[in-house]
Design a protein around this ligand. Structure first.
Ligand code: ADP
Ligand code: MG
Ligand code: MG
Length: 638
């Protein structure tokens, strides 16, 4: 997404009245774009990461840590550079939902050379430095999935009060001042999602029932100004949250790949889908919500519920009258259908889609699988529309299409080329939680990129039924899923299942360790597959070293030799001297935890239980430098 254009948001009533207009023109725009670009060929691999950061403010005297609401000020300065010199910046910076969040990406995408892996971590490091230069004393930038006390009493700097009776969220806990105010998009989305749903969003996450947690665990919502509507939906023994900010205020790690053509993009979209829950489990990093320890390790369900704009009719609680469909998932959730021919037979979940749109797409030469995908995305209404954008040239613009596309926040995103650009068909991989250090984030990024190369070169087939991916998504979020859960995964990924015995099912249950590291005589393991791919390539010594350092981290996390971020965070809180076995993260526990995280992130202390024995990076700052170095020092023969 480029720099957000300024504009005036329409009221929810006006947006609602224009829902069909946006859908109608969005579909025409997609059809035009498809006709123009379906045969586009020969794009090369390009890819890039997106990392979201939080601004944390420490008060070392009071021993408290809060979210600093200064993202707008910092972004203004960061974006100045880009405005002056858009083609030549090291990092690009974008606003995100929270007034305490910023998103950073590399200044330009990486390409197909293995030597580019040698730049990723240095680029992330540099990105952190660039933003950190603009911080005030006491502030730090953190790649932290969730702020442990977000929504608990007094969590922002400057202090801000929730406003249950007015404003965008109407939350008992999350103040509107914590929503990014530099662009109206975020508050508008918040208001419209709430209004469309007909009530506040409701997020209930099981609390960790430690021995001193009251039974049942129940918060006093009335004292916070609840008019009864929260008490009605808050569940016993759950951490109850009531605002978009609880989900969209979480940080994540995303990756985008450019494919050589639309077919390859469809293949990648499908093949990466079964990896989403596996990578979610492996990157689990968010066990704390609203000042409590929860019983889950990941943010996914929290975000999903935090933007669930479905009405009671759409959720199946009332007969359909005003609405057209019963919809089984939030607009933020895992994908519902595969896009490639190979994936067709694994689409085993009945897909809800708009039949008229489907027929219109088919009449315009779009095949069944793509038509149903788009018609499925377009069951949603626009939840943010700007007056300047209502009337568009459908031959050239794609804003109405993007309006619906970009508010379907799914595990994978199929991204058509933007109008008038040199960019090709892309897919985005979106499940991962962000890790504390650049080392870990670089490792995850490089692992996924390498997997895409392995999948394409070996023509691997990782597909399992969509219903099984859904089951895996639910399991991935459970506490310690990496070591405690099993996941459906395909047994034979190398021969399209042709050589499996007909009596054996194509997929079975594996641990994450078996999926990543292999299971003797059953499954080779993803890292061994990556390594065998690398063995067939010419890899220079530095790059080889870097890649192995990353693969080792992934292997150790998968085997349980190293803790996941979530497990480490839990351990830190549970062993804090102030912890009273009541699942409560006090200001002091929060402060000490974040201080420690800060020390780990900035390499001030080593943390071998999380990162393993060796963490020194040999990476290089720029792509040309890494490539030149690789050329001077070719293959190690590994
Ligand atoms: P989003 O719409 O998901 O927010 P962003 O623009 O924030 O997308 O980030 C897109 C990512 O894609 C960045 O990491 C960027 O480096 C990368 N990228 C840019 N151009 C291309 C391209 N042609 N192909 C693949 N990735 C690209
Ligand atoms: Mg982005
Ligand atoms: Mg993105």
């Amino acid at each position: 997404m480029g720099l957000l254009t300024e504009g005036s948001p329409l009221s929810w009533e006006d947006t609602k009245n224009l829902a069909d207009h946006v859908r109608k023109h969005g579909i025409i725009q997609f059809i035009n774009l498809y006709k123009r670009l379906r045969d586009r060929q020969g794009d090369v691999l390009k890819w890039g990461d997106e990392i979201e950061y939080m601004l944390i403010k420490f008060d070392d005297e009071e021993k408290v840590a809060k979210l600093s609401l200064r993202a707008k000020e910092i972004l203004n300065i960061l974006n100045e550079e880009e405005r002056k010199n858009p083609q030549n910046v090291k990092s690009l910076w974008r606003p995100e939902y929270g007034a305490f969040m910023i998103e950073g990406t590399p200044g330009s995408p990486y390409g197909g050379l293995l030597a580019h892996f040698n730049v990723v971590e240095a680029n992330m490091h540099n990105r952190r430095q660039e933003a950190s230069k603009l911080l005030l004393p006491g502030e730090t930038l953190m790649s932290l999935t969730n702020f442990p006390r977000m929504g608990a009493l007094d969590f922002t700097d400057p202090p801000a009060k929730p406003s249950p009776d007015s404003g965008a969220s109407r939350s008992l806990f999350f103040p509107d001042d914590a929503i990014y105010s530099g662009h109206p998009r975020f508050k508008t989305l918040t208001r419209n999602i709430r209004q469309r749903r007909g009530e506040k969003v409701a997020i209930n996450i099981p609390v960790y029932k430690d021995k001193n947690v009251p039974n049942p665990f129940k918060e006093d919502l009335k004292s916070l100004g609840d008019d009864g509507s929260s008490a009605k939906v808050a569940k016993d023994d759950h951490i109850y949250m009531d605002a978009m900010g609880f989900g969209m205020g979480c940080c994540c790690l995303q990756l985008t790949f450019q494919a050589c053509n639309i077919q390859e993009a469809r293949t990648l979209y499908d093949q990466l889908t079964p990896l989403c829950p596996i990578m979610l489990a492996l990157t689990a990093a968010s066990p704390f919500y609203k000042g409590y320890i929860s019983d889950v390790d990941c943010r996914w369900n929290v975000i999903s519920c935090s933007v669930d704009c479905r009405t009671e009719e759409e959720r199946g609680l009332k007969p359909l009258k005003e609405n057209k469909f019963i919809i089984n998932k939030s607009r933020y959730d895992s994908i519902d259908s595969y896009l490639s021919e190979q994936g067709d037979k694994y689409n085993d979940v009945p897909l809800v889609y708009d039949n008229d749109i489907y027929n219109q797409l088919m009449d315009n030469g779009i095949d069944r699988l793509l038509a149903q995908h788009i018609a499925h995305l377009f069951i949603r209404d626009s939840v943010s529309l700007f007056s300047e954008k209502i009337h568009q040239n459908d031959l050239e613009d794609s804003d109405h299409f993007e309006n619906i596309q970009s508010t379907n926040w799914q595990t994978m995103r199929f991204k058509p080329p933007p109008p008038n650009s040199s960019i090709g068909w892309r897919v985005e991989f979106r499940p991962c939680e962000v890790q504390l250090t650049d080392f870990e984030n670089a490792a995850i990024v490089c692992f996924i990129v390498l997997l895409t190369r392995v999948i394409l070169s070996y023509k691997l087939n990782l597909l399992i039924p969509i219903s099984k991916v859904d089951e895996n998504m639910a399991n991935a979020q459970k506490k310690n899923a990496v070591t405690a859960e099993k996941f459906w995964f395909r047994r034979d990924v190398t021969f399209n299942g042709k050589n499996t015995d007909n009596n054996e099912p194509e997929y079975t249950e594996f641990t994450v360790n078996e999926i990543i590291n292999g299971k003797k005589d059953v499954f080779p393991g993803l890292i061994p597959l990556v390594n065998s791919y690398l063995a067939s390539m010419d890899v220079d010594a530095d790059t080889h070293c870097t890649i192995q350092r990353y693969m080792k981290l992934i292997q150790r996390r998968a085997s349980g030799e190293l803790l996941t971020t979530a497990a480490w965070l839990r351990k830190e809180v549970l062993s804090h001297p102030d912890y009273k076995n009541d699942a409560v993260i006090t200001q002091r526990i929060n402060y000490d935890l974040l201080k420690k995280i800060h020390d780990v992130q900035s390499n001030r202390i080593s943390c071998s239980e999380l990162l393993g024995p060796c963490t020194t990076s040999k990476t290089t700052e720029t792509i040309p430098a890494a490539v030149a170095k690789a050329e001077k020092c070719p293959s190690t023969g590994h």
